[in-house]
Design a protein around this ligand. Structure first.
Ligand code: ZN
Length: 242
């Protein structure tokens, strides 16, 4: 099975559509959370994601906040302002969809979590030490995570070795080998200095992983952010990918 792996769409429908159009053929979609927050299109993104084939979808911290399950004080001011706006904008049926989403999913050889397997909603896996704490507890050979908006691959080949960061080779098909923690980067708000939408294709038969980027019309999203009265910083950052 070929799986389109996406995360941190953050209410950016233009970026999501670019990926859906660009991606090579896939049978299923695994979405690692944060469908809303930061961006201007929360309803469109939830409605689009629901229609994707064989969908598995997690809840992220911004989705929980949009449901009122996390206090706005846990976010910086800009992000909190957008959460409050999202709470007002979201249609009831789309809130109901977010409410159905789990924190963590175990599927075949994979653990799916928004932040980390140990702390699915909030922990960022940014360094080998945090990766090792998660490898120690990992029930499966592989974990797929989002949350940091950074495309990252950690590898720990033996239980008594340490986690290592693997280089990202864009557009190249990489063989998976246990154990790995993989982050496909962010669809709607990449933070690695590359403004293009980030995602991955996982092949669960060949056991391969391919990281890919898609160009999208950033200007169109920026003008919707400003028109909705959302913080200007959320528009500016899309150009630079931070
Ligand atoms: Zn996020």
């Amino acid at each position: 099975m070929r799986v389109l792996v996406i995360s941190d769409i953050h209410a950016n429908i233009t970026a999501l559509d670019a990926i859906i159009n660009d991606a090579p053929p896939y049978d299923a979609v695994w979405c690692l959370g944060d469908l809303v927050g930061y961006g201007p299109d929360p309803n469109d993104c939830i409605e689009r994601v629901q229609r994707l084939p064989e969908l598995l979808c997690l809840i992220g911290n911004h989705d929980k906040a949009a449901l009122g399950e996390i206090p706005l004080s846990r976010f910086n001011r800009d992000a909190g302002d957008v959460v409050a706006w999202t709470q007002r904008e979201l249609k009831d049926e789309n809130k109901a969809f977010l409410q159905t989403l789990p924190n963590k999913i175990q599927v075949e050889g994979f653990t799916l979590a928004h932040g980390s397997p140990n702390q699915p909603v909030w922990e960022y896996i940014l360094d080998p030490t945090t990766a090792d704490r998660n490898f120690d507890e990992l029930e499966k050979d592989y974990a797929l995570v989002g949350h940091s908006h950074l495309p990252l691959i950690f590898h720990r080949p033996f239980d008594d070795s340490f986690a290592m960061l693997r280089p990202i080779l864009w557009g190249e098909i990489m063989a998976l080998s246990p154990k790995m923690i993989l982050n496909p980067g962010s669809v709607g708000q990449p933070r690695d200095g590359d403004p293009r939408a980030s995602y991955a294709i996982l092949d669960t038969e060949d056991m391969t992983w391919e990281m890919r980027r898609s160009v999208y019309n950033i200007k169109a999203v920026q003008s919707r952010i400003l028109k909705a009265g959302l913080p200007e910083r959320q528009s500016i950052r899309l150009d630079a990918g931070w």
